[in-house]
Write a protein that binds this ligand. Structure first.
Ligand code: PEP
Length: 248
């Protein structure tokens, strides 16, 4: 399976910084063996997309609303993302669940809407440290996955990406070990296969996210069910992110 490496810049990098980033990043990854996507803040999507013209790099968004348009002050619709040339959209990141109270049901609406617009949703799931310590990880991931995928059918599940992001590993410098991550990735693959059948889900990419960096990306990505990465902090440095992309 061709890996996918996604940068989640979160609320970092204005347009000027984004464009200078691309000048460093583009030449290093031009022969990369992975699919690459960058998810900048909404304000930078248009300019960044232009700077990617003719390259192997794709653009994505960090969030969206599920409605096409309407009285939702401050929100951005999938229609607008599509108009800007977005191919991916991160859905249900733990920071959105925590700071903006996003529920599994709300996330499911976004997922369905993204699929309707032919955006590839990257559905984030992951447990916190208290849940891991209580051995609740797999049960919790199952709950998030089943509710997040909701009524999506087997034909649609082929078009989504799952990101396993243990909350305790995000931004902490403490990544899950390759074995810890693979254990959950395999669990996710088994769940998908049970719900939708093996043929629909064998090629669903399951990304790992949580303090991925050049020093650990290779050992994580050799695991059979780790099909790429969702990278926060390390993606803010073009050389480090390029190294992760080239490390596959
Ligand atoms: C993220 O927030 O999606 C993430 C993986 O962050 P970091 O790489 O900084 O842990």
């Amino acid at each position: 399976m061709r890996p996918l490496i996604v940068a989640n810049w979160k609320m970092n990098n204005g347009i000027k910084e984004s464009l200078s980033y691309m000048e460093v990043f583009k030449p290093i990854v031009k022969d990369c063996n992975a699919d690459i996507a960058i998810c900048p803040p909404f304000s930078g999507i248009s300019e960044l997309k232009k700077s990617m013209k003719g390259t192997n790099i794709k653009i994505g968004a960090q969030n969206m609303h599920h409605e096409d348009n309407g009285a939702f002050t401050g929100e951005v619709s999938p229609q607008f993302l599509k108009e800007l040339g977005c191919e991916y959209v991160i859905i249900g990141h733990s920071e959105r669940r925590k700071h903006f109270n996003e529920t599994d049901e709300f996330i499911n609406k976004k997922l369905i809407s993204a699929l309707n617009y032919r955006l590839i949703p990257i559905l984030c799931v992951g447990e916190d440290m208290a849940q891991r310590k209580k051995h609740e990880t797999k049960r919790f991931i199952k709950k998030q996955l089943v509710a997040g995928l909701g009524k999506i059918g087997g034909a649609d599940v082929r078009n989504i990406v799952i990101a396993y992001e243990p909350i305790w590993a995000i931004g902490t410098g403490n990544n899950a070990t390759p074995d810890q991550a693979e254990d959950v990735h395999l669990h996710i693959r088994d769940l998908l296969s049970k719900i939708y059948g093996k043929s629909s889900t064998a090629n669903v990419r399951i990304l790992y996210g949580g303090s991925m960096k050049p020093e650990n990306s290779k050992e994580l990505m050799v695991m059979p069910n780790i099909n790429g990465g969702l990278v926060g902090g390390a993606s803010l440095d073009p050389k480090k992110f390029a190294e992760i992309c080239m490390n596959v």
